[in-house]
Design a protein around this ligand. Structure first.
Ligand code: NAD
Length: 456
């Protein structure tokens, strides 16, 4: 398996993909390991996770360089991601014991009743490349804390990061028969589906997620899916500063080169402020320097996967054919003659016949559509197969909440976008997935409840 730098197209390293036979052997090893891991007191498991978080901190510069070199996000964003991962881990450190401890329901009378939380067993964490630390931490940290063993398959586009995560977890004292990173792509993932695991936790595309859910359904074990999004943002006509909203929207669209599940993927603007919004949006976007993600000041690097360039080109030509107006970008932009760069691309005059308004773009391409009122905006925002996040900008909280309450999404944003909090559940609806990570729900997702009836 070749690890290629998307900014330079150079091969960084070649790695041997795990075979299904070797994955089976690892599973047998983890099966034994989990039995001892779950016996270790939770306070000690938490101690080791705390050491892992400290190791992320002390190795941050090296880890950020590895991440940027293999998936192309600007170096400062890689550093942000590692900081964010530590923040999430801290949430789990502070809250896990509370949500995994026994809960007494009835303490009086002959028959006492309590709930206990037991680990699932050995789980698969099949992960994505766009935020390998964040989406990984959502799963393997609470899973380990709850006493599970984890077969962690990083994306083939974030393999080196996945192997580093393994190295640091082991250094922090997680036994090597409790956590294993499986280098590989689709075949390694398939091998995990064939094993009798106790839970499947997947982050990735709808297509793969649906396939996995169907394949593991007969096992009758938990299967959680964190999938894609087609996240809309609506700008009402009463916003106090169009400029500030436009700046926030640019960040929501182009941070991580648009390769975020909750990146803003389509924008609707009230007709009264449409023209001004477009001017401010383009003005702000000009400040976003495109180039080599290792260089200071670069805001937009290459896309992570070469084949995605063709997908983005198809979206652009489809929009042009159907009458959209191209305001900037629209083609590949290699920074130095090499690399998988795509120019930040903005369209006006878009509508829902165009693919870029209906599909997950997952790149630096955005359409901005004019709407006549809140009702039209709400109807368009709901016209999607996805249900991850939705964002409304208005100075009127009541007006925004009225729209947000009617949206079938796992997350609602008022005057903000493209953010995740460990205190809140992260969950998709419709084609954006099933189940939740983060919050107390994302702690309990890795445990099974047992109801105790204790008669004396
Ligand atoms: P992907 O579906 O191509 O791959 C995800 C993982 O599945 C990879 O590790 C891959 O090797 C593995 N895989 C592929 N085929 C498999 C198979 N047949 N059996 C088992 N495993 C298999 O997705 P991606 O390109 O890595 O990630 C991008 C997608 O992830 C986007 O749609 C994005 O929105 C979504 N995502 C969602 C969230 C969220 O929290 N909702 C977070 C990050 C990314």
């Amino acid at each position: 398996m070749k690890i290629i730098n998307p900014a330079t197209e150079e091969t960084i390293q070649e790695i041997t993909e795990y075979s299904s036979e070797s994955i089976k052997q690892i599973f047998l090893k983890l099966k034994k390991g989990q039995l001892s891991w779950k016996q270790i007191p939770i306070s000690e498991r938490l101690n080791r996770i705390r050491i892992f978080s400290d190791l992320l901190g002390t190795n941050k510069d090296e880890l950020a360089k590895i991440l940027t070199s293999e998936m192309g996000k600007p170096l400062w964003q890689s550093l942000n991601e590692i900081n964010g991962a530590q923040y999430r881990i801290n949430f789990f450190l502070e809250n896990s014991e509370k949500y995994l401890s026994d809960e007494w329901q009835i303490l009086e009378g002959n028959t006492k009743e309590k709930i206990s939380y037991e680990p699932l067993g050995i789980i698969a964490n099949i992960s994505a490349w766009n935020y390998p630390y964040l989406v990984g931490v959502n799963v393997f940290i609470p899973a380990l804390i709850a006493g599970n063993s984890v077969l962690y398959k990083p994306s083939e586009y974030a393999t080196l990061t996945g192997l580093k995560i393994e190295e640091l977890l082991l250094k922090a004292g997680i036994p090597d028969n409790c956590f294993k990173a499986i280098a590989g792509g689709k075949n390694a993932g398939e091998a995990l589906l064939d094993l009798p695991l106790d839970g499947y936790f997947f982050t990735g595309s709808f297509k793969t997620g649906k396939y996995i859910a169907e394949k593991v359904a007969p096992k009758l074990v938990p299967c959680q899916l964190e999938l894609g999004g087609n996240d809309p943002l609506y700008v009402a006509d009463d916003v106090e500063s169009i400029k500030n909203v436009a700046n926030s929207a640019v960040e929501g669209v182009f941070y991580n080169n648009g390769q975020s599940c909750c990146a803003v993927k389509r924008i609707y603007v009230h007709q009264k402020v449409y023209d001004e919004f477009i001017c401010c949006f383009l003005e702000e976007l000009k400040k976003w320097k495109v180039g080599n993600p290792m260089e200071d000041g670069v805001m937009i690097g290459p896309v992570a996967r070469k084949e995605h360039l063709i997908f983005l080109e198809d979206l652009v030509s489809d929009a042009l054919k159907k009458g959209a107006v191209l305001l900037c970008g629209g083609q590949r932009s290699p920074s130095s003659g090499k690399g998988w760069g795509f120019s930040p691309t903005v369209f006006s005059n878009v509508d829902h016949t165009m693919r870029l308004m209906k599909e997950e773009t997952f790149g630096p391409v955005i359409g901005i559509q004019k709407v006549i009122n809140d009702d039209e905006a709400a109807a368009l925002m709901q016209d999607t197969e996805f249900g991850l996040t939705v964002s409304v900008y208005s100075k009127d909280k009541f007006r925004a909440e009225k729209i947000l309450a009617g949206m079938n999404t796992g997350t609602a944003y008022w005057n903000c976008c493209d953010r995740v909090s460990p205190f809140l559940p992260w969950s998709g609806r419709k084609n954006s997935g099933i189940g939740a990570t983060l919050s107390h729900l994302g702690i309990r997702a890795f445990a099974k409840p047992k109801g105790w009836h204790l008669r004396s």
